[in-house]
Structures are given as C-alpha cells and as structure tokens.
Design a protein around this ligand. Structure first.
Ligand code: FAD
Length: 499
C-alpha cells in the first residue's frame, strides 16, 4: 500500500510505530514526519514537507533554533559566532532569505594584510623565496609559508564535478595530505608548513577527497566572481589570504554577504513559519526504529513518534543517542567514528589600530598557539575595527583544553608578545569554542583517510524509516548551502515513500 498523509493517519500505523519502545513518562506526540534538530537542515526539510501537506514536528535539545547558525548580542552589536557568510552561489540560502523577507548586505569583513610569524620571525612573503629559513625545494620555495597547505592541496586536485569526490574512480586519493605530499616528493619543510594551513582537521586527520570536495565547490563561487571583472568594475582585487571580499555587484550580490541583523534571522524566520510545529528543549536520548515508524525518547520523559523520521544531528551528537532497529553496520560505523573539526574564536573590538604604531601588517598568521589573528577592516571608515583570533586544527585542540579565562589570557598575551603595541588596544567582545558546545562537540564534519571508501557513499541511505540530513550528509555543496541541499534530498526521499 502506498502511504500518504490521508491513509497513514487512518491506518493505525502511527500507533504501531510505538510498539516495543522504551517506557515513556508521557504518551508520544505524533506526526507524519518527526525531524530531529532545528538547525537549517531540519527547518528546511520541515518547510518542504509541510508545504506538501504532511504533518511535521521539529524537535531540538537547545532552547533556541539555528544550531551552528548563532548570533550573539554584544555591547558592540550582533556578532555571528557560527555561520555568517552567504556566497553569491548559495542559491538555496539566497532563495530562503528572499522568501522570508530578509536582506543581504555585502560583508564588512575585509581582512587587512597578513603578516606571517614563523619560526620566531616575521616573514615577508615577497622575499620568502630567498629567506635563509626557507628550506623548501623547487617551486615550493615561492609559496608563502602560511599558504602552503592550501596551495599544495589545491595543486593536485583532479576533481571536476561536484560529486567526483564520491566517485570510485578517485578512491586512491582517500589518503591524508601528508601521504599525498610524500607521494609527490615534497620537502620535509613543505610538509611541516602544510600542517599549519591544511584544510580540514589537519594534515594527517582528514582525507584529501574531503578537502577537495570543498575546493571544487569553491570554484563555483570564484567563477561567479570572474563575471564581475569588467572594465567598469576594475580588475579583481588581490589578497594574500584570499579572504578579501569582492564587493562588486553580480546579480545584486557581493562575493560574500551577510544577513542583516545577524544570520540567526534566517532560522528564526523559518521556525516562525512552522509555528507550533517546533519543540525546543527536547533532547533525544534514544531512537527506536521499525519498518512502520520510529519513536524518539527525550531526556525529559517526553516522546515523539512519526511514520518517518529525519535525523539531522551531527554524528558527534548522534553517537550519544541509543538507536535500536535493523542491523546497519555502515551507518553505525559512520556515526561512531566520523571525526569532527573544531574552531574556537575570540572576538575582539580593536580600540586603537596598533598596526599604525608598529608598522607590521594588521592580521597575523602564526605557527604559535595563537594561530591566526584577523583584523577586520572597517571600510566604512567610521568607528572601531573588529578582530578575531581564529583557532583551527591543532591550535583549536590546544585551546579547548583551557577554560575561557585561560584561553583569553593566553591569546591576548600571545598577541602582546608578538605585537607589544597591541597591549590595551583590544577589548574582548565574545568567545565561542564549538568543541565545548554540549550540543555540537565540533564545528563541522570531517572524514578520516579511508572513510570516504569505508562509508561516506552509503551512510546517508535511510535506516528503516529514518532518513538523514545535515551538512555531514552533503553530496555537492558546502556550508549552510550543504545543510539546505541535504534537507531537500531527505524531504524528497520521504515524499517518494508517501506518494
Ligand atoms: C564557526 C562556524 C562558522 C561557520 N561559517 C559559515 C559561513 O560563514 N558560511 C556558511 O555557509 N557556513 C558556515 N558554517 C557552517 C554552517 O553553520 C553549517 O554547515 C550549518 O549551519 C549546519 O546546519 P545543520 O542543520 O546541518 O546542523 P546544525 O545547525 O548543527 O543543527 C543540528 C541541531 O541538532 C541539535 N541537537 C544536537 N543534539 C541533539 C539531541 N540529542 N536532541 C535534539 N537535538 C539535538 C542541535 O542543537 C542543533 O540545533 C560555519 C560553522 C561554524 C561552526
């Protein structure tokens, strides 16, 4: 029997979905589709299914919607401590902003030039080729030390199509960046320096195929920017770290855009449209699956049952949820072993542009515990500059072992050590360590060497009535757009089964 909303609700199957489940303190609340997680992927799949006439329920452990989209109110105004950048090529996010009446503005985050501090010295990128500290060989010698990981990773990327990373033709590249550089004969110093700017968790921890997936997707954004390089608009701006915004208008958008008022405005608007279909403060602790339905038990004794479930929890969180159902070794392996990258960031207000005092470039890329410091240009010419300590990979790992006060003291102290002129010039605005967020435990999914071949292709297949969405289940996109992509796929999967 094909199942749709009408015959499902009358069939008694909804009731049978609860058979054999852990004892609940309350009767399970029912819907056609229960969606676990009110981040962008959960909210978007709910929107689609509700538009198609299904009764949905979205539940989230947090007291707010948005997940990794989080705007914090500070004395200096709203600050996005999670996602903030909307690229020109984000068709789904841009469409969602338009549907919900949200405005996009060109991002006011041009990073002032970067200085590289490596091996205890300031490195001038222009003269790095002849610097005695440069022990790289051949062409490697010309790549600035803070860019070498990204540059060498990109150099060998053979992928053309967005989903090539999953194509078994490229299975041999399911290796670490260190192994790739070893096979290509790179020098010991190039490999060591690559460790500071390798995409993903690090040079040993992330599959090159996972790194290349994002790089292929980023090409789309770059190609859209090329359309802006007209005579009137002027040539493309150069930036050593590739982080400057291209504010020229292509289809009404700059290269990087922000949602006015903060990125959280988007999930808030999506949730408002769903109205009473969103339940907050509901932490899933177990999921019981059968072929006819699924039930989620929450830590507060409440429960939700649906003919179908869509699970959007990052696997860093889903591994804490007990799942009972049919055997599913591939997905179980993915849930329990998929590594997550982290980023920790200290956001500051720069009250005095200290770079005018010491003459060094305002932003810093270092091989020390501070990682990177991004001074953010205020190109309106008014008010204070902003700054961000950006810790990723090994520096993020080290800072996560500290509490907030220790982390702040270490980072500000390190900045003052490298740049004495910065003393008293920066004021802390806010701090976020995504590894320490108890509902995330990391900032984004990764795949270790060997895991693309082991499970990435198949892990998103439905588990009985449970479908998977979330950025970690992407096939072609990245960032917020990948959460939206995954939501569409999961919603369509469910609609095909209810047709
Ligand atoms: C620091 C940072 C910067 C970023 N910058 C950008 C950017 O500039 N541009 C961009 O496009 N993308 C960016 N991203 C990526 C983007 O934020 C994510 O890809 C996207 O928001 C993920 O959405 P999601 O729905 O897959 O997951 P999430 O938003 O993580 O949603 C999962 C939800 O599950 C909930 N949950 C967890 N455990 C449970 C449980 N047991 N029971 C119930 N609910 C639970 C969580 O509370 C959360 O709301 C950034 C991410 C981070 C962390």
């Amino acid at each position: 029997m094909s199942l749709n909303r009408r015959n499902f609700l009358g069939s008694g199957l909804a009731a049978s979905a609860t058979i054999g489940l852990p004892r609940m303190a309350f009767a399970a609340e029912k819907a056609d589709v229960v969606i676990i997680g009110a981040g962008l992927s959960g909210l978007r799949s709910a929107e689609i299914l509700q538009e198609q006439g299904l009764k949905v329920l979205v539940m989230d452990a947090n007291s707010r919607v948005g997940g990794r989209v989080q705007t914090v109110q500070t004395v200096d105004g709203p600050l996005d401590v999670g996602a903030s950048q909307v690229g020109r090529g984000y068709a789904r996010v841009i469409d969602a902003c338009q549907r919900h009446g949200l405005k996009l503005v060109s991002e006011d985050r041009d990073l002032l030039p970067f200085g590289s501090h490596f091996s205890g010295e300031w490195i001038d990128g222009k003269t790095w080729g002849s610097n005695p500290l440069n022990l790289c060989e051949g062409d490697e010698r010309q790549i600035p030390p803070n860019l070498i990981g990204q540059a060498l990773c990109s150099k060998y990327n053979p992928l053309q199509e967005l989903d090539d990373w999953l194509d078994p033709r490229f299975a041999e590249y399911d290796i670490s960046l260190r192994e790739l550089l070893r096979r290509k004969g790179h020098s010991a110093q190039a490999v060591e320096l690559a460790g500071y700017s390798a995409p993903g968790i690090g040079i040993d921890e992330t599959s090159v195929l996972r790194m290349w997936q994002e790089e292929v997707r980023a090409r789309i954004e770059r190609r859209m920017g090329e359309a802006a390089a007209t005579a009137e608009n002027g040539p493309k701006r150069e930036h050593p770290f590739g982080e400057a915004n291209d504010h020229r208008d292509v289809g009404g958008l700059a290269a990087i855009n922000n949602i006015v008022g903060g990125c959280s405005a988007l999930p808030l608007a999506m949730a408002a449209k769903l109205g009473d279909r969103v339940r907050l403060g509901k932490r899933a602790v177990s999921i019981a699956l059968s072929d006819t339905g699924g039930t989620i038990a929450c830590s507060d004794g409440t429960a939700f049952s649906g003919r179908f479930l869509i699970c959007t929890l990052p696997f860093s969180m889903l591994r804490e949820v007990e799942i009972t159902g049919s055997a599913n070794p591939v997905t179980r392996q993915a849930i329990t072993t998929m590594p997550y990258a982290n980023t920790a960031r200290l956001y500051v207000t720069i009250e005095r542009p200290f770079w005018k005092e010491d003459g060094l470039p305002p932003s810093i890329s270092s091989d020390g515990p501070m990682g990177m410091f991004w001074a953010v240009d205020n190109h309106t010419g008014e008010g204070a500059h902003r700054g961000m300590f950006v810790l990723v990979g090994r520096t993020a790992q080290a800072v996560s072992a500290l509490d907030r006060a220790e982390a702040e003291a270490m980072l500000l102290g390190e900045l003052a050590r490298l740049r004495p002129a910065s003393k008293g010039a920066v004021r802390v605005a806010t701090w976020k360590d995504w590894l320490r967020d108890p509902l995330q435990r990391g900032c984004g999914f990764s795949l270790a060497p060997g895991q693309v071949n082991a499970f990435a292709r198949d892990m998103i297949k439905p588990w009985q009535v449970m479908h998977f969405a979330g950025e970690h289940t992407r096939r072609t996109d990245f960032g917020m757009e990948s959460a939206m992509e995954s939501a569409e796929r999961a919603a369509i999967e469910v609609l095909e089964r209810t047709a």
